[in-house]
Ligand binder design. Structure first.
Ligand code: FES
Length: 139
C-alpha cells in the first residue's frame, strides 16, 4: 500500500517502476525510494534476524540510526535499507546475523555469523521457518 495523496506533502512525484529481487523473488518498487519502502509496499516487514535469539527485525527508526532494517544488498551485509535508494536489479536478501540465509531447499538453514573485520566467527544450524515464510502460507 502506498500513500497516493498526503494532507501536507501533497501528491507524490511519479517515479519509474523497477524490478529487484527479494530472497530470489522478483519484486517491483519505485526507483529511488528507500529499499525498505519498496519492501513494505510489497508486504515484507522482516528484514533481518538477530544472531543470538533469531528475533525478527524490521523498520524501526526509518532514518538510518538503529540498524534494525539492515539487509544483505548486492552481497554487502549491514545495508540500512531505510536510507538506501532502490535501483533496478538490486539483489536484496534477508540478513541472519551478518550473513545471508542459506538458499538450500526447505526450511533447513545455516547461519554463519562473521564480523566484518574477522574478529569473531560462529555457526549455528537447525530448522526454522521465517515469519515471512509463515505469512506467505497464510498461517
Ligand atoms: S530502520 Fe533504523 S536504520 Fe533503518
Amino acid at each position: 500500500m502506498r500513500i497516493s495523496e498526503h494532507p501536507i506533502l501533497g501528491i507524490p512525484e511519479q517515479k519509474k517502476e523497477v524490478e529487484f529481487t527479494y530472497d530470489g523473488k522478483i519484486i517491483k518498487g519505485l526507483e529511488g525510494e528507500p529499499v525498505a519502502a519498496a519492501l513494505k509496499a510489497a508486504g515484507i516487514i522482516i528484514h533481518r534476524y538477530t544472531s543470538r535469539h533469531h528475533s525478527p527485525r524490521g523498520i524501526f527508526c526509518a532514518i538510518g540510526r538503529c540498524t534494525d532494517c539492515v539487509m544483505v544488498v548486492d552481497g554487502m551485509p549491514n545495508v540500512r535499507t531505510c536510507v538506501t535508494p532502490l535501483a533496478a536489479g538490486m539483489d536484496v536478501r534477508t540478513q541472519y546475523g551478518v550473513s545471508v540465509k542459506s538458499m538450500d531447499a526447505g526450511a533447513q538453514y545455516e547461519v554463519s555469523v562473521k564480523n566484518l573485520d574477522d574478529r569473531a566467527q560462529h555457526e549455528v544450524s537447525g530448522n526454522m521457518e521465517t515469519t515471512n515464510e509463515i505469512a506467505e502460507k497464510g498461517r
